[in-house]
Design a protein around this ligand. Structure first.
Ligand code: ZN
Length: 407
């Protein structure tokens, strides 16, 4: 069965269960959107389970704040699990610089998890319980929809033989509290580094779904919205507000953008990538080289200083690369990587955000062991990232119509 067919079957027939399946599928598609040119390892693609957990939290936080009910039975044992975890989190979290109970702040939680140097006990519990819920429910039940075997993705847990049955991989993917306690002080990089469970897609399925990534996301969200309204009685206004939150993903990463802006200023990146005009602080913007609407990734290889004119003119168009632009990109990457690999104080957590990006890059794109990220070969890293960036661009250029931005 093709991956599209499997997906359709889940959306059509998985309704016996709660809408956790929508969040699971949406998280997988988010990953495809963020990693369009991912190189398979032995013909497989691996999505860290923690990534899925974070997306889950991002989707459910606004749903819970706006009290849009989810799932068929209000009183079932598993029904309100996520609501309960959030409630506990709201009453016991400390040290946030925003109130997570206010709908306007729904996207900040997502960003906070990725950027806070340490995650407190309440945060740790929310992450762990969300993970265990995903393992216990949608991962288990979407494998079999009305007797139809869904096989476009699977789960693999390190340390469990590949040939072991799915249930065994599932069981080992859950996270007992002592395992996380051992990692304290906890942060996002540490979670990713210690990940042992991955959602696995074959390269064929990954490529098939990748072709339709943006449309797939819209299709899933439309189904989800319909279910919220028709089955759970969500009001149209509340639902529109939630859809708005899901659309405003860039705000999720406002902390990262601010940090990169500060780092680039520190590194004296003071020229527009495109027109080379000198940038004063008031003219300085960070441009997503591959536009956010096409590639929602806030990594340093996609964020460049630009003047607001070029940024506006470029808008959602894909850039056309020439030799000059290639050299400027190379200089930018070299600057960031040398800073990371060099010595010196790091009072603002700059190294941490670069490390976060490098971890993702090495883990997901080139399959290197994480332990070697600490001692990166700078030139090799720059070349690897450039190759990757060009691959993403050429991959997207094949499926995205419209005008291109040229120097
Ligand atoms: Zn410019």
């Amino acid at each position: 069965m093709s991956a599209m067919r499997s997906l359709e079957s889940i959306l059509e027939h998985g309704s016996r269960d709660s809408t956790y399946k929508f969040a699971l599928i949406s998280a997988i598609i988010d990953y495809l959107i963020e990693h369009p040119a991912q190189i398979p390892k032995n013909y497989w693609h691996f999505i860290p389970l923690w990534y899925v957990v974070l997306q889950f939290i991002g989707y459910y936080h606004p749903l819970i704040l706006l009290k849009i009910p989810q799932g068929p039975q209000r009183t079932g044992r598993n029904r309100i699990a996520l609501e309960g975890y959030f409630e506990h989190f709201f009453t016991s979290v400390h040290g946030l610089d925003f109130d997570p109970r206010i709908p306007e702040n729904a996207n900040k939680l997502w960003s906070m998890i990725r950027t806070n140097p340490t995650l407190d006990a309440a945060m740790e519990r929310l992450l762990r319980e969300t993970r265990n819920l995903i393992v216990d429910q949608p991962l288990r039940y979407v494998q079999n929809v009305k007797g139809e075997r869904i096989s476009f993705f699977s789960l693999l847990t390190r340390g469990v033989p590949m040939t072991a049955d799915f249930e065994m991989h599932l069981k080992k993917a859950s996270m007992p509290s002592r395992e996380l306690t051992k990692l304290r002080p906890l942060n996002w990089n540490k979670l990713l580094t210690r990940e042992k469970s991955y959602i696995v897609l074959s390269h064929n399925d990954y490529a098939e779904l990748s072709t339709y990534r943006f449309w797939l996301k819209d299709a899933v969200i439309k189904r989800w919205a319909e279910e919220c309204v028709t089955r759970f009685g969500a009001s149209d206004t509340r639902l529109l507000t939630v859809l708005d939150f899901w659309k405003k993903q860039p705000e999720r990463d406002s902390k990262i953008i601010k940090k990169y802006k500060a780092l680039y200023s520190k590194l004296n990146f003071s020229r527009c990538l495109y027109c080379q005009v000198d940038l004063t602080p008031s003219k300085f913007v960070l441009d997503h080289f591959i536009p956010w609407a096409r590639y929602p990734v806030n990594a340093f290889w996609n964020l460049y200083p630009a003047c607001s004119n070029c940024n506006q003119e470029k808008s959602d168009s894909l850039p056309v690369i020439n030799d000059e632009l290639r050299d400027r990109i190379k200089d930018h990457l070299t600057g960031v990587i040398s800073y990371y690999g060099g010595e010196g104080s790091d009072d603002k957590g700059f190294r941490e955000i670069v490390l976060n990006d490098l971890l993702m890059f090495y883990q997901e794109k080139v399959g290197k062991e994480i332990s070697s990220v600490g001692k990166v070969d700078q030139e090799e890293t720059v070349l690897a990232i450039m190759g990757f960036l060009m691959a993403v661009l050429s991959d997207l250029a094949k499926i995205i119509p419209g005008k291109r931005f040229t120097l």
